[in-house]
Design a protein around this ligand. Structure first.
Ligand code: IMP
Length: 436
């Protein structure tokens, strides 16, 4: 097993940063392949705490980080993240490679994201306002600016000017008063380019060569399958492919290279931004989960919506990515509950259904069918051995594995690296490359 992907199985914020961190020492390279700085990946160990957005989490473990061509990159955000990480003593040099084919998020994209959200009023998507969707739109419309353009002044000026003309008109129509002139955008991009230059390369070629010579690679998925542009709760989704299917295209390597994937699932469910959420708890229990699980966004600080574990979502996500294993995170957040309902199916207009309907209007009308499991009412925080879990917690884990359709390799019992159960009987863990 040389190429593995870590993926979110819900609506993001499942704890992928922690799982990537747990696996990083087995891989030479950790690569981001989709999304942008809308992601928020947290890594904690000892008394150290990192919140990463665009940089691959493996960098904090001394791995080489690759930002692939499927990622959309805001140069200023990248540079400020590099500076913030350097200030903590982790220097960024030849341990980071940035694809020359990645698309650049320009101020016009960010402004358009905000202007559209404002114009939508109550129907807004609740995006992270980072310009992600509009940058992917420019890419698909074939008028985007890519990293390689930053180093060719005439080409850059031409591309930015034509994008500015088109987007300026759109922004003015949406009532955006401060549309920057292309000259100022070009100037600031040129400045960022000087600092970004040392990292830029043809990462696809680099990775293909790396894999051909026997190297290992961990793909760091962002967001979650229910935010996938195609399979998620459209239109309340992000604009990239959030399943394992995105890895090959987003890194420009062969789809045959992927050996295994692991889907990360929180022991309950959260969602930020708008959109239907069948198991949402809008009551005191929901508030309890938010407080106990510290459910506030890593990227935006927004309070997360909370709800029970949704087995339909989990099963769908595992199937979409062909996951070999799951990681269950935040089990300890449920420690004090008397009973824990798990959604095993839905009802729509009285009819039972076991998959998400295509229209969010219908997803919003789903009534979850719950199976209720007993709580364990004892502390699992920081437990590291599976056999030390209380029997009711083991039963809950088994139920989730059965429901999701894949065995758990990791069970997280706290935010820190050390607070993790590695399942001794996990085939997934046994097949990993040796730690290095
Ligand atoms: P965008 O990715 O900023 O366009 O936002 C689209 C939707 O995806 C919004 O509901 C965001 O809150 C959500 N989203 C994007 N990235 C993440 C993430 O990393 N975690 C959780 N939600 C996310």
């Amino acid at each position: 097993m040389r190429v593995v992907a870590v993926l979110g199985g819900q609506w993001g914020d499942e704890g992928k940063g922690k799982v990537v961190d747990l696996l990083s020492d087995r891989f030479d390279i950790v690569a981001r392949y989709h999304g942008g700085h809308n992601a928020g990946h947290t890594v904690k160990f000892g008394d150290r705490h990192f919140a990463l957005h665009l940089l691959p989490s493996g960098i904090v473990r001394g791995r080489k980080g690759v930002i692939g061509p499927g990622v959309v990159v805001d140069p200023e955000a990248l540079l400020s993240e590099i500076d913030a990480l350097s200030a903590t003593g982790i220097s960024i040099g030849d341990n980071l490679l940035l694809s020359d084919r990645a698309h650049v998020i320009l101020p016009y994209h960010r402004l358009l994201d905000g202007a559209r959200e404002r114009a939508a009023g109550d129907a807004k998507l609740g995006t992270t306002l980072r310009g992600i969707g509009p940058a992917y739109e420019s890419a698909a419309a074939r008028h985007g600016v890519r990293v390689a353009d930053l180093f060719r002044p005439e080409i850059l000026a031409r591309r930015v000017s034509s994008l500015a003309a088109e987007m300026g008109a759109l922004l003015s129509a949406l009532g955006e008063p401060d549309v920057p002139l292309p000259e100022s955008v070009i100037e600031s991009l040129a400045k960022s380019a000087v600092r970004i230059a040392p990292y830029v390369t043809d990462t696809g070629r680099y990775l293909r060569h790396h894999l051909a010579s026997g190297g290992t690679l961990l793909g760091e998925g962002a967001h979650g399958a229910m935010l996938d542009l195609s399979a998620g709760t459209y239109p309340f989704v992000t604009s990239s492919t959030c399943t394992s299917a995105g890895l090959a295209a987003g890194l420009q390597i062969s789809p045959r290279a992927l050996d295994a994937s692991i889907v990360v699932l929180k022991a309950y469910t959260t969602r930020v931004g708008a959109g239907p959420f069948p198991t949402e708890l809008s009551d005191a229990t929901g508030e309890y989960l938010r407080a106990r699980g510290n459910e506030y966004g890593t990227t935006t600080g927004r309070p997360r919506r909370t709800g029970w574990f949704d087995a339909v979502v989990a099963r769908t996500s595992v199937a979409l990515s062909g996951a070999d294993a799951i990681a269950i995170t935040k089990l300890d957040v449920l420690d004090d509950l008397e009973q824990i309902p798990v959604c095993v199916a839905y009802r729509l207009e009285g009819r039972p259904i076991d998959s998400l309907p295509p229209l969010v209007e219908d997803v919003a009308r789903l009534e979850p069918v719950y199976e209720t499991l007993p709580g364990w009412k004892s502390k699992t925080t920081a437990v590291t051995r599976y056999e030390d879990l209380p029997p009711a917690a083991v039963r809950y884990v088994r139920f989730l594995e059965e429901a999701a359709g894949a065995p758990a390799a990791f069970i997280a019992t706290g935010p820190r690296r050390e607070e993790t159960i590695r399942r001794p009987d996990s085939n997934f863990l046994a097949a990993l490359p040796p730690a290095g």
